[in-house]
Ligand binder design. Structure first.
Ligand code: NAP
Length: 259
């Protein structure tokens, strides 16, 4: 007699920040693993484009506008996703942006905006989906954190504070969810090649990179690909019930010596 029923064969998933980078790669990877996926971001056209590609490849995908900084938008998204795909079994929360400023220079409203999107936004997903998971006695919520929680980087405005809050929230949830069958997990990516930071002006990028060198963050030039992070998310949600990959840090390997 197994300690847990196996995962159901149909496990619909929601991915926030699915219009770009890690979220888009995660939606693709989950669809390839057989999950129906609901893609959410403010650029719904980008999500719909990716959803169409997934459907063309034989997967099941649904796109809907989502602004995680707006409670009504999250509620509308959650309702639409459940209507389109059925009860949501997996949530991947990774929507967010990155403001490059020093804390003593950043305006408090901009600081609050980083907390709103990364931390409160993640909590809005918790509120929208986790009670249903608890009632069904199974489910996965995966938070995309960052290695800045373990090793802060300068000039990240409220980002380090927000991601630290996300990890604190996830650790607390693990305790509160113990015995419910619902797993709250963290993925902590290192530097990943996405759109994040690509909107900075060259001067800001230069200052950030100088600081990476100064603080020992630029030990080699390789970045992760979004698909590398998506593979970690897939590993977490496909782990058999009864085993919980509660925290995975993913770092880029250095280039092979001599290449
Ligand atoms: N890139 C890295 O080096 C790295 C490292 C560690 C962790 N991370 C984390 O990985 C996650 C994904 O970032 P990424 O690197 O893939 O960057 P990205 O390519 O810029 O993607 C960010 C995604 O978040 C969405 N988003 C931003 N604000 C949103 C909002 N208010 N509501 C809904 N969606 C919103 C964006 O879509 P719209 O603009 O269409 O809304 C976009 O789809 C983030 O949580 C980031 O902190 C990234």
């Amino acid at each position: 007699m197994p300690r847990f029923e196996p995962h159901p064969t149909r496990r619909p998933a929601v991915v926030t920040g699915a219009s770009s980078g890690i979220g888009a790669a995660t939606a693709t990877a989950l669809a390839m693993a057989g999950h129906p996926v609901a893609l959410g971001a403010r650029r719904a056209d980008k999500c719909e484009e990716l959803a169409a590609t997934i459907r063309a490849g034989g997967g099941e995908a649904f796109a809907h506008p989502l602004d995680v900084a707006d409670s009504d938008s999250v509620k509308a998204f959650a309702q639409a996703a459940a209507e389109a795909l059925g009860a949501i079994e997996i949530v991947v929360s990774g929507a967010g942006d990155l403001q490059a400023q020093q804390l003593h220079e950043i305006d408090s409203d901009e600081f609050a905006a980083q907390i709103q999107v990364h931390l409160v936004g993640a909590h809005r997903m918790v509120s929208a989906f986790v009670p249903g998971m608890v009632a069904r006695r199974r489910g996965d919520i995966v938070f995309i954190s960052s290695d800045v929680v373990r090793s802060p980087r300068t000039r990240m405005g409220g980002y380090v504070a927000a991601k630290s809050g996300v990890e604190g929230m996830a650790r607390q949830m693990r305790m509160e969810l113990e015995g419910t069958g619902v797993r709250a997990s963290l993925i902590r990516p290192g530097p990943t090649s996405t759109a994040m930071g690509m909107d900075w002006d060259p001067e800001t990028t230069g200052l950030v990179l100088d600081d990476w060198v100064k603080w020992g963050h630029a030990r080699h030039p390789y970045f992760l690909r979004p698909s590398d992070v998506a593979a970690a998310v897939t590993a977490v949600v496909t782990a058999p019930r009864g085993a919980h990959l509660s925290l995975i840090e993913v770092q880029p390997e250095a280039p092979l010596e001599g290449e």
